[in-house]
Unconditional design. Structure first.
Length: 253
């Protein structure tokens, strides 16, 4: 049987990058999938290609983050699984980050997952049904580079929230886990490298050569891991924030 057969899955930030990969993997594994994003032309195309349902949402608005769950329940009668995959990676250091940039990071990278989880857990508890949630975090939760100060702060908060919520709802049989993903080859990362770091067309090859495994992380690999965590095959695990990366944090040469 497929890993997510007959499950209802919401992927927030599911129209591109890692989120889109998770949408494709969840559909492949038998789930009814709802995805959100800000660009309807992109989200609707993915929905058409996969059979998923697209809901336009600006997750910086807490009401729209909560409503993403309401739309899922309206369409399918319940929500079984939630993935928070939306992320803002615009650059800012401790010295040059404005209050506006700081707030943008908190809104997308921390507040949106908080209120989406709030709505999803409320539905699961009201039905007295088990559920699973996976938060896409970042290895920057361990500290991050100087140019990602507000991003690192928000992702560290999301790691803490993941553990807090998992502990709070373990007796409700709601499992909540997170992935600290490393450098991943996505269209969004391509745009960031070009916009903020002056990267040329060969940036992927140069980046891959500097990695222990000789390549960047791949979307489909992350998506398969997320599907496993959402499914019953991951057993009883909850409150785990897993470093999905090829660098070992805390290790020293």
């Amino acid at each position: 049987m497929a890993l997510l057969q007959d499950k209802v899955v919401l992927v927030n930030g599911g129209s591109q990058g890692v989120g889109a990969g998770i949408v494709r993997a969840a559909v492949r594994e038998g789930a009814a999938v709802v995805l959100t994003g800000r660009r309807p032309e992109v989200g609707e195309k993915l929905a058409a290609d996969t059979g998923a349902r697209f809901v336009r949402a600006d997750l910086a608005d807490p009401a729209q983050a909560r409503d993403s769950v309401a739309h899922t329940v309206e369409a399918h009668g319940r929500i079984d699984c939630l993935v928070n995959a939306a992320g803002l990676t615009s650059r800012g250091s401790l010295l040059d980050t404005t209050p506006e940039l700081f707030d943008q990071h908190m809104a997308i990278n921390l507040r949106a997952p908080f209120f989406a989880m709030q709505a999803a857990v409320a539905d699961m508890k009201a039905r007295e049904a088990p559920g699973t949630i996976v938060n896409i975090i970042s290895n920057c939760a361990h500290g991050g580079p100087p140019f990602l100060a507000p991003y690192s702060a928000a992702k560290a908060g999301l790691a803490g929230l993941t553990r807090n919520a998992a502990h709070a709802h373990r007796w409700d049989r709601i499992r909540i886990n997170g992935l600290n993903i490393g450098w991943t080859d996505t269209e969004g990362e391509d745009a960031v490298q070009r916009a903020f770091h002056g990267a040329g067309d060969d940036w992927r090859e140069r980046a891959a050569a500097a990695q222990p495994m000789g390549r960047l992380g791949q979307v489909d690999e992350i998506a398969d891991f997320v599907v496993l965590l959402l499914s019953d095959r991951s057993g009883v695990v909850t409150g785990s924030v897993i470093d999905w990366d090829q660098n070992v944090f805390g290790g020293m040469d």
